[in-house]
Design a protein around this ligand. Structure first.
Ligand code: COA
Length: 290
């Protein structure tokens, strides 16, 4: 490990130095840290950790606490000039120390299918892949949104629909908010319904399809985080995402679906394979936290 490396809570004054080294984390994209920094620094639950060398931040990691023992890890970054020197390793040890205090029920993170470094680090700390998804991004466009906005009266039927769906089985019980994945629960569904983010398509008697369109905080845009139903309904609900994004004045929207069965339908609905990426959700299965 680098001599003199310190690990501490992030401060507001770290912002510029952190955003500077996050500028080109990914070629052609940059990074989402600038979109979330202010919210991350405000959050009371969880922790935003900074690795500091000679008074300058050179790495970060975020522990997000969704409540009910559900922890999400995100935003592990190390300044390019200090990589392969054990900085991420030191940050992760601090993350584990913090988690031992929180005593979570579940800890997860998501990474790109092609991000070998991230998955390797995860595995070395006791994480295993539990679900794979495909993330599509697409320009929004004008169009008619089809389906009805669900109300709290629909909650029981929509809850049953989602919990018995193919999507939720393939997704190991998770639904997506872009690159963040959360356990589907009645409480989460209630929040999405109250926020007007659930659409239902009805047949004569029963539900033909359901979709949930949460906010993708890292992009400040709309994402399709759950969709299921008959094939026609899935395509219609997927296309809705472009139209909803347009209505909200966004340039881009995203769609996240399990990597099996769904991608074919999503691509038939107009999303392009070449504008997509594989995602892997890793869950902690080690013994160091119990
Ligand atoms: C991933 C990242 C945080 C690693 O930071 P780092 O400080 O260089 O990592 P460490 O030096 O602690 O390396 C720990 C181990 O990770 C693995 N690793 C790190 N970089 C790697 C790479 N480019 N390819 C393969 N394995 C890698 C190795 O097993 C390494 O151990 P070793 O150096 O003894 O072989 C850094 O490369 C980064 O900021 N990447 C961009 C953002 C990112 O991908 N974040 C991951 C969350 S999505």
């Amino acid at each position: 490990m680098l001599r003199g490396l310190k690990l501490r809570d992030a401060r507001r004054t770290d912002k510029q130095a952190v955003l500077d080294f996050c500028k080109n984390t990914w070629r052609d994209y940059g990074d989402f840290i600038p979109h979330v920094w202010d919210e991350w620094i405000r959050q009371r639950r969880g922790r935003l950790i900074v690795a500091e060398l000679k008074g300058r931040p050179i790495g970060i990691a975020k522990i997000t606490d969704f409540g009910n023992g559900e922890i999400w890890l995100e935003g592990l970054r190390v300044d390019r000039r200090y990589r392969r020197k054990g900085v991420a390793g030191a940050i992760n040890k601090e993350v584990l120390r913090t988690l031992r205090r929180i005593k979570p029920r579940r800890v997860r993170f998501c990474t790109g299918q092609t991000n070998r470094a991230s998955r390797r680090i995860g595995r070395s700390y006791g994480f295993e892949a539990i679900a794979r998804f495909r993330y599509y991004w697409q320009r929004t466009r004008k169009g008619k949104v089809k389906g009805e906005i669900a109300t709290l009266t629909d909650l029981p039927a929509v809850y049953d629909f989602v919990t018995s769906s193919r999507f939720i089985k393939l997704a190991s019980g998770l639904i997506a908010e872009g690159w963040v994945f959360r356990e589907f629960s009645r409480r989460l569904l209630r929040n999405y319904i109250k926020a007007g983010k659930v659409l239902v398509m009805r047949g004569d008697a029963e539900i033909r399809g359901v979709a949930i369109y949460p906010l993708e905080k890292s992009e400040n845009g709309i994402t399709l985080g759950f969709v299921d139903g008959d094939e026609r309904a899935i395509k219609i609900l997927a296309r809705n995402c472009m139209y909803l994004g347009f209505q909200c004045g966004k340039d881009y929207c995203s769609v996240v679906v399990p990597s099996r069965f769904f991608p074919k339908l999503i691509e038939e609905a107009g999303y392009k394979r070449k504008e997509s990426a594989g995602q892997v959700v890793m869950e902690y299965r080690g013994k160091a936290l119990v």
